[in-house]
Design a protein around this ligand. Structure first.
Ligand code: XIL
Length: 303
């Protein structure tokens, strides 16, 4: 069993922020780092079969200096994907996908503990999301992707990651069924990544049951992108509710033995949330000035 960690996503531009880097490098706070953007397809293979790794190296160097685990994010995703317009036949796209996975995973072999091999492949109703991968390769693409990743780094733990699979529901059931099927076919899936982009006061009460159900398949669970957002600016009632919500997430993870850790996504002023959900934010246990909020003590109390 892996030791439970608390981790953070980070991105290259903010690495010049000394106050932020001091907090990020404090291993009493963070035992794990996820590059927020620099390992995505558009960052690593902007032009077909030309690979660039300088940005990832900067984040890996920071994590390794601090002795922090690294989660690779992400190999196969419909977004930030230069080849998303398609126009390939089945065999060509399989070879492009396998080549991407092989080159990126091989590059960081032995240095990435967990890989998000697949990201966000389901619709909310549990059907397959339309993507160049699904539309061209069909239901075979997940198995092909996982096998390529395992071949490129046999020691990395391989994950399928998604949002809105926090509590039970159609999308969670689709995830459960697919992982069950892949495992039955001998596909090397080691874990399910639960992004956990949550909303204050609206955190599902079924998280623990849902994660236990995932774990019953024999895979690990990682909470990969936790944030619990609210209308900005935060008020006292919101902060107090947020503390309860964070405590519930931490408790659910602790109560599911195969839940291996919790990562928060993109902190403070660097957050992606206000751009995607206007007027919302304040999603993390630290405020914009990096001062701890009530949620911090609530998490600590749950551990
Ligand atoms: C977001 C990044 O944080 C942004 O900087 C970028 O513009 C878009 O992607 N789910 C994921 C992440 O798996 O990769 C996304 O990251 C946020 C939602």
């Amino acid at each position: 069993m892996e030791k439970l960690y608390f981790g953070s996503a980070t991105d290259n531009p903010e690495l010049t922020d000394a106050q932020y880097c001091t907090l990020l490098s404090n291993t009493k706070e963070f035992g794990q780092i996820t590059p927020g953007n620099s390992m995505k397809w558009d960052a690593t293979e902007g032009t077909r079969n030309t690979f660039t790794f300088a940005k990832d190296e900067a984040i890996l160097a920071l994590a390794e200096r601090n002795g922090q685990k690294v989660r690779g994010h992400t190999l196969v995703w419909h977004s930030q994907l230069p080849i998303s317009n398609g126009g390939f036949d089945n065999a060509t796209l399989i070879s492009i996908m396998e080549n991407h996975i092989t080159e990126v995973v091989k590059k960081w072999k032995g240095r990435i503990l967990h890989w998000d091999v697949l990201n966000e492949i389901f619709n909310e109703d549990g059907t397959w999301r339309s993507s160049v991968f699904y539309n061209t390769i069909g239901e075979a693409f997940p198995g092909i992707a996982f096998r390529a990743a395992r071949a490129a780094d046999p020691s990395a733990k391989l994950y399928i990651n998604d949002y809105n699979i926090d509590g039970t529901g159609a999308k969670s059931t689709a995830m459960y069924n697919l992982v069950k099927k892949l495992l039955a076919e001998g596909v090397p899936v080691d874990g399910i990544g639960v992004q956990a982009h949550l909303i204050v006061g609206n955190v599902p009460s079924t998280m623990q049951n849902n994660w236990a159900r995932f774990a019953s398949l024999g895979v690990d669970i990682a909470i990969t992108e936790l944030g619990i957002r609210m209308t900005f600016p935060a008020d006292a009632a919101g902060l107090s509710q947020q503390a309860d919500d964070y405590k519930n997430v931490a408790t659910a993870c602790i109560n599911v033995p195969r839940c291996i850790g919790i990562s928060r996504f993109h902190p403070y002023k660097y957050s992606w949330i206000p751009a995607i959900f206007p007027g919302q934010g304040a999603a993390l246990p630290w405020d914009e000035d990096m001062v701890v909020k009530p949620a911090y003590a609530a998490i600590a109390g749950a551990l």
